[in-house]
Design a protein around this ligand. Sequence first.
Ligand SMILES: [Zn+2]
Length: 70
Amino acid sequence: MDGFDFLPNEPIKAPQRDVFCEGDPRSSMGHPRVYLTIGPAGWVDCPYCARHFILMVAETCAGVRVGGAV
Ligand SMILES: [Zn+2]
């Protein structure tokens, strides 16, 4: 566990709604890559490893990104 700072239950902040997960690449507990889309709720869970993705980009109710990032 030297320098192993991965926290399975820590939410992953995604910059866009389309994300993918393939488990933890640093362990043998990975899984086939699965693509997920963060829904209106602003989060989605990976069905394989239950990792929690949250959308970190602020959007208006019209779905337009604000802030001008990227
Ligand atoms: Zn996963």
